[in-house]
Design a protein around this ligand. Structure first.
Ligand code: SAH
Length: 350
């Protein structure tokens, strides 16, 4: 029998466990401190705990259930981990270094059920949701890649999977990450990226968590979005934008709309004008991401000229725009690509 994963519910499990043994409650605080600030791998490194306590904890709980199958590091400091989960299944997580920023990108599901036509993560559908513990493990593994003087500053839920399809496991994990006695990352530095599930967006707004929300738009009309993001057929743009506005009204956070630029498909001037029309009047940032090609898929990155034209139209239309400079391409850092390369599947054309 595997032992319970401590990271699935750190506080409750520790409180119960300590109470059963009539041990002082302050031990929980010490253990939390080792986990979040001490960056330890196991209980045996928690040096201010009695040896016997360390051993009993190790017998009672698991802390690390995922195995690091592959680690890649790019010249710009981007590090990517491929993890194999207990019981099989692989996920990816990434550490991005950009000047003073240290951003972690984490996964929420094995695979993805949304089926966006250009994305490597969803090619084989979704296997299962990650647990809270598996989500936090990624954070701890990535954090240990940092040198002692580096500190996590941002977190993005933009890895494999649809985060709003696994809110039950994600929210407790994010809560730990945000808490002062956790990683202490402010809510406005935590971004959840979603394909745009209106009900779940409203639920998130009502919960008043005030994380940043990024919505993967990829098209200015339902007609085009139906082709690129299949779930759009059930959840049209108007519903998504209504939910997004609701989120903005409740959270006060500027919305982000992500737009993966696919050559000839959604990168024409008419699409840019359509986007201006659709988003004008909203407090929003448009995050344009030139496509990172996935081999076997018939999509390509637009030419630099097409990218520039697209950007100019958005900007002269008055939208706040960020063209995300690509990081980690060389190590297959785009969604789901490392997993495919490990499985011997084709990954990238360039
Ligand atoms: N399911 C969520 C989060 C995961 S993907 C969502 O849809 O937002 C995070 C972002 O990366 C999404 O905007 C997604 O469309 C984009 N993405 C996926 N594969 C990509 C690729 N090959 N090149 C560029 N962006 C990609």
């Amino acid at each position: 029998m595997p032992t319970p994963h401590l990271l699935n519910d750190i506080d409750q499990q520790l409180a119960d466990w300590l109470a059963q043994r009539k041990l002082p409650a302050f031990r929980a605080k010490q253990i939390r401190h080792w986990l979040f600030a001490g960056r330890v791998e196991g209980f045996s490194e928690m040096s201010n705990l009695p040896k016997k306590l360390q051993e009993e904890l190790a017998e009672s709980f698991s802390l690390e259930t995922a195995e690091m199958t592959r680690h890649t590091e790019a010249e710009d400091g981007t590090e990517k981990l491929l993890l194999t989960l207990a019981g099989g299944g692989q996920i990816e997580c990434v550490l991005l270094r950009d000047r003073h920023r240290r951003t972690l990108c984490i996964s929420t599901q094995v695979g993805c059920g949304m089926g966006c036509v250009f994305c490597a993560s969803g090619l084989d559908g979704v296997d299962r949701n990650l647990t809270t513990g598996e989500i936090l493990e990624q954070v701890f593994l990535l954090q240990r890649r940092l040198s002692p003087d580096e500190r996590v500053s941002h977190l993005v839920v933009m890895g494999m999977g649809e985060p709003l399809a696994n809110l039950g496991a994600l929210l407790p994990a994010l809560d730990q990450i945000a808490r002062e006695d956790g990683l202490g990352i402010s809510h406005r530095r935590i971004t959840i990226s979603t394909v745009g599930l209106p009900k779940a967006i409203r639920r998130l707004a009502d919960l008043d968590t005030r994380y940043r929300l990024a919505i993967s738009l990829h098209a200015p009309t339902d007609e085009l979005r139906d082709q690129i993001v299949p779930v759009n057929k059930k959840m049209p743009l108007a519903d998504i934008l209504d939910a997004a506005d609701y989120y903005f009204d409740h959270s006060g956070r500027r919305l982000t709309f992500e737009y993966v630029l696919l050559a000839d498909l959604n990168d024409q001037p008419a699409h840019a004008h359509g986007l201006v029309k659709l988003l004008t009047g909203r407090t929003a940032l448009v995050n344009v991401i030139p496509y990172n090609p996935v081999a076997g898929l018939p999509y390509a990155t637009p030419s630099p000229a097409a990218q520039e034209t697209f950007q100019r139209i958005l900007e002269s239309g008055g939208l706040a725009v960020r063209f995300r400079h690509r990081k980690g391409d060389k190590i297959n850092a785009a969604c789901g690509q490392l997993r495919r390369s490990q499985a011997g599947l084709p990954i990238a054309q360039n």
